[in-house]
Design a protein around this ligand. Structure first.
Ligand code: 0PR
Length: 376
């Protein structure tokens, strides 16, 4: 560190320059985050010093968190859920599986996840001493139930279903998974980190949430399609017992126990999430999802016009385009035109996420450049 302090003016001149190098999201088709809603930013700033790690000092923010849980529970068809605002999908997945493991308390536990699951489950395998078994996918990139069933044994404590997979935006057959979980008496965690703020607002959404009796926990991220500030995730349990099994004694705080993974924990994101959810309501989110789905349809129609097919009909605002040599196309789109796109693992296709920061003009330009890069 420097010995003498630097003036505010100099610091902000430097920060302005630095921030100018960051994305403005205009040409970003690879992210599952976006500009937070301005109401969320305002509320976040108002609660900037709030620490829910010691929530006895912040009873106001704690009440906001309970209200956020209630609203998310409502959205997920769980009228009386228990949980907390996490730092995102990774923490929600870790804590959901940690709770299962602690409740079961058996030797060599395993959990079955789809091959399409997010890489946070690889971190879990490394951290939690739970064997993570990966079930194969069907031709539509949903988990294959026969494969999932064949992996279940007497050490299986739970299943994971994805409602909005990272790469394909696909929804697993959560209803069948719920039946299997009930039949075997095991847990079912639904990773709706991305889809939680999308699926309820689609036309004819499939059942994927607490309406299914086997679903024991859900992760849903406000900092993705919820338009809240980073880092905000939501972890919801059907049963309070799960939260109890995550508790640690905190003898010298104003509260006796803590169930979060992190100690000091931002209340600002809770305020941000509260504000944007209240402000938008179901109607506001439905409008945003509608717009993203219109862009998705536009991409698919435009791609088809130039002879490129999607791997599956998009279920939500994630599209995988079957272009020849996707890695090269991605590289050229970035280097020649500044587009950020990503690639699915298997098969290697061009992956696009149509977030609220994109416009029809962006997509027209993108399709034009895609056509050029693919020599079509
Ligand atoms: N579960 C699912 C289904 C996800 O898609 C993700 C993240 C997670 C869990 C983990 O969530 P956190 O990253 O909040 O812990 N999916 C994207 C990914 O990792 C997130 C992302 C966001 C990627 C912004 C890029 C980006 O610019 O690929």
């Amino acid at each position: 560190m420097n010995d003498n302090g630097v003036s505010e003016k100099e610091i902000f001149a430097f920060l302005d320059e630095t921030k100018a190098r960051d994305t403005t999201y205009e040409r970003v088709l690879s992210a599952m985050c976006t500009h937070p809603h301005k109401i969320a930013v305002k509320a976040h700033m108002q609660f900037i010093e709030s620490n829910l790690g010691d929530f006895g000092l912040f009873p106001g923010t704690h009440d906001l968190e309970l209200e956020v849980m209630r609203m998310m529970g409502d959205l997920m068809n769980g009228p009386s859920v228990h949980g907390y605002v996490t730092t995102g999908g990774t923490e929600s997945n870790i804590q959901a599986l940690r709770a299962m493991r602690n409740i079961c308390n058996i030797r060599n536990p395993n959990v079955i996840i789809p091959e399409s699951a997010h890489f946070s489950f690889d971190k879990i395998a490394d951290m939690l001493e739970i064997e993570i078994r990966k079930a194969a996918l069907d031709s539509e990139f949903k988990v294959n139930m026969d494969s999932m069933k064949s992996l279940v044994d007497e050490h299986t404590i739970g299943l994971v279903g994805i409602a909005g997979s990272t790469e394909f935006g696909q929804i697993d057959p959560i209803k069948e998974m719920s039946e299997l979980a009930v039949e075997k008496g095991i847990f079912l965690h639904v990773d709706a980190a991305f889809g939680g703020f999308v699926i309820p607002f689609l036309k004819n959404p499939p059942a994927f949430d607490f309406a299914l009796e086997g679903v024991t926990s859900i992760g849903i991220d406000p900092h993705k399609m919820g338009l809240s500030t980073i880092p905000s995730g939501g972890l919801l349990f059907r049963d309070l017992k799960h939260l109890h099994h995550l508790q640690t004694h905190t003898p010298y705080l104003t509260v006796d126990t803590q169930y979060s993974l992190t100690g000091t924990r931002s209340g600002a994101t809770v305020a941000g999430t509260y504000a944007v959810m209240k402000h938008l309501g179901n109607d506001g989110y439905r409008r945003i999802v509608d717009q993203c789905m219109e862009l998705t349809d536009m991409v698919v129609a435009g791609a088809r016009e130039i002879g490129i097919e999607p791997l599956i009909e998009p279920v939500m605002n994630v599209v995988a385009l079957d272009v020849p040599d996707a890695d090269l196309v991605r590289k050229r789109l970035r280097e020649e035109f500044g587009w950020q796109v990503s690639i699915t693992r298997t098969p290697r296709a061009l992956r696009l996420v149509l977030m609220p920061h994109l416009t029809t003009e962006n997509i027209e330009l993108f399709l034009h450049d895609l056509k050029f890069v693919c020599n079509l």
